[in-house]
Ligand binder design. Structure first.
Ligand code: ADP
Ligand code: MN
Ligand code: MN
Ligand code: MN
Length: 363
C-alpha cells in the first residue's frame, strides 16, 4: 500500500515490533531541539540496562552542522539527558530521553532555553509556579494544504468546527486520539484536547505542571504529535497563522498560578501579577515566539479572539485581552490567570521563565 510517495504500510512494522527483545537491552530515543528553536531532532541508541533516571543515560553527541547549530569544523554538540518518558512506539522498557544541548565548550547552545529556565525555576521554587499550556496546532497534507480541506478552495466559514463532531466538521481525529493515548502512556501530564475554530486545527492541553517540567512535558508532547502524525502520513505545523484571511491562528495560551494565587483570596496576587506583566509587555512578546515577536505579529491582530500585539490588556472572561481571568477564578477569588499571547510555536521554557522572572523574582 505505497499510495503516496515515500509511504509504507505501517501494519507490517508490527511483525517486527513483536519480535522478542533481549531482556537487558533497551532502546533509548534521544530527543533535542535544533538550531531553529522549533525543530525537534532525535536519534536512537541501545542501553544495556533500563535507566531509572536521566542520570543513568550517557551524555551523547551529534553533528551540529546538520541542525543549523555549529560550524562544520567544530561540529560536535553534546546532548545531556534531562527527563525520561516511556516510549509508546516501542513500548516495554524502551525510553524517550529528552535532552538539552551544549556546545563543544560545554556552554549551552543558543537555542537551549532550558538551561536558564531551570535556574529561574530553582530560584522561584518556594512560589510553586504551576503552568497549563493549551497547545494549538494545524494538520496539513503532505502538499502543505490543511488536511481535509478541498484541494481547490476553502471549507465553509468558521462557526461549526470548534469542538465539532462529524466528518463535515473535523478532520484528522484519528491522529488526535492516537496522540492523546501516546501521551498518557509516555507519562505526559496531558489534560485534555478539543477541535479548534479553524477546521484541521486542534488543541491539547498539558498541565497543571510545576516549574521546569512544563517545558519538558510540552516538548515531548510535541515530539509525540509529530511522530504519531508521521504514522498517518500527515504533517503537523505549529505555525501561528498557517492560513491568512478569515481563519483563526494558533496559540499556546499559558495558564499560570503560584501557591499564593491558589490559596483563599489569591485574586489579589493574580491582580498584582497582572500589574507587573502590564509593565513588561514588550519583553514578554519577545519571549513568546522564536522570532522575538515576528511570528506572533501575523496572529496577534486584535481579531479572531486575539489582542493586538502592540497593546497590553486584561479582563475577566475576555478572550480579546492579553491576559484573561477565567470567570470561575473571579468568582472563587483565587486560582490562575491565562496569558493568551504566546504563539503556538513558542518555546515553553522561554515563556515560563519570563513569566516567573516578571511576577515572582521581579527581575
Ligand atoms: P480555555 O477555556 O482557555 O480553552 P482550557 O480548558 O483549554 O482553557 O485550558 C486550561 C488549562 O489551565 C489546563 O491546561 C489546566 O491544566 C490549566 N490550569 C488549571 N488550573 C490551573 C492552575 N491553578 N494553574 C495553572 N494552570 C492551571
Ligand atoms: Mn483551550
Ligand atoms: Mn484554543
Ligand atoms: Mn485558552
Amino acid at each position: 500500500m505505497a499510495d503516496k510517495h515515500g509511504s509504507t504500510n505501517k501494519a507490517v512494522l508490527d511483525r517486527f515490533l513483536d519480535l522478542e527483545q533481549p531482556d537487558n537491552l533497551v532502546q533509548a530515543e534521544y530527543i533535542w531541539i535544533d538550531g531553529t528553536g522549533e525543530g525537534i531532532r532525535t536519534k536512537c541508541r541501545t542501553l544495556d540496562s533500563e535507566p531509572k533516571s536521566p542520570e543513568d543515560c550517557p551524555i551523547w553527541n551529534y553533528d551540529g552542522s546538520s541542525t543549523y547549530q555549529a560550524e562544520g569544523s567544530n561540529s560536535d554538540m553534546y546532548v545531556k539527558p534531562v527527563a525520561l518518558f516511556r516510549d509508546p512506539f516501542r513500548r516495554g522498557k524502551n525510553k524517550l530521553v529528552l535532552c538539552d544541548v551544549y556546545k563543544y565548550n560545554m556552554m549551552p547552545a543558543e537555542t537551549n532555553r532550558r538551561h536558564s529556565c531551570l535556574a529561574v525555576m530553582e530560584k522561584a521554587k518556594d512560589a510553586h509556579p504551576w503552568f497549563g499550556i493549551e497547545q494549538e496546532y494545524t494538520l496539513l497534507d503532505t502538499d502543505g494544504h490543511p488536511f481535509g480541506w478541498p484541494k481547490n478552495g476553502f471549507p465553509g466559514p468558521q462557526g461549526p468546527y470548534y469542538c465539532g463532531v462529524g466528518c463535515d466538521k473535523v478532520y484528522g481525529r484519528d491522529i488526535v486520539e492516537a496522540h492523546y493515548r501516546a501521551c498518557l502512556y509516555a507519562g505526559i501530564d496531558i489534560a485534555g484536547c478539543n477541535a479548534e475554530v479553524m477546521p484541521a486545527q486542534w488543541e491539547f492541553q498539558v498541565g497543571p505542571t510545576e516549574g521546569i517540567a512544563m517545558g519538558d512535558h510540552l516538548w515531548v508532547a510535541r515530539y509525540l504529535l509529530h511522530r504519531v502524525a508521521e504514522e498517518f502520513g500527515v504533517v503537523v505545523t505549529f505555525d501561528p497563522k498557517p492560513m491568512s484571511g478569515d481563519w483563526n491562528g494558533a496559540g499556546a495560551h499559558t495558564n499560570y498560578s503560584t501557591k499564593e494565587m491558589r490559596e483563599e483570596g489569591g485574586l489579589q496576587a493574580i491582580e498584582d501579577a497582572i500589574d507587573k506583566l502590564s509593565k513588561k509587555h514588550v519583553r514578554h512578546i519577545k519571549a513568546y515566539d522564536p522570532k522575538e515577536g515576528k511570528d506572533n505579529e501575523r496572529r496577534l491582530t486584535g481579531h479572531h479572539e486575539t489582542s493586538s500585539i502592540h497593546d497590553f490588556s486584561a479582563g475577566v472572561a475576555n478572550r480579546g485581552a492579553s491576559i484573561r481571568i477565567p470567570r470561575q477564578v473571579a468568582e472563587d477569588k483565587k486560582g490562575y490567570l491565562e496569558d493568551r499571547r504566546p504563539s503556538s510555536n513558542c518555546d515553553p521554557y522561554s515563556v515560563t521563565e519570563v513569566i516567573v522572572r516578571t511576577t515572582v523574582l521581579d527581575e
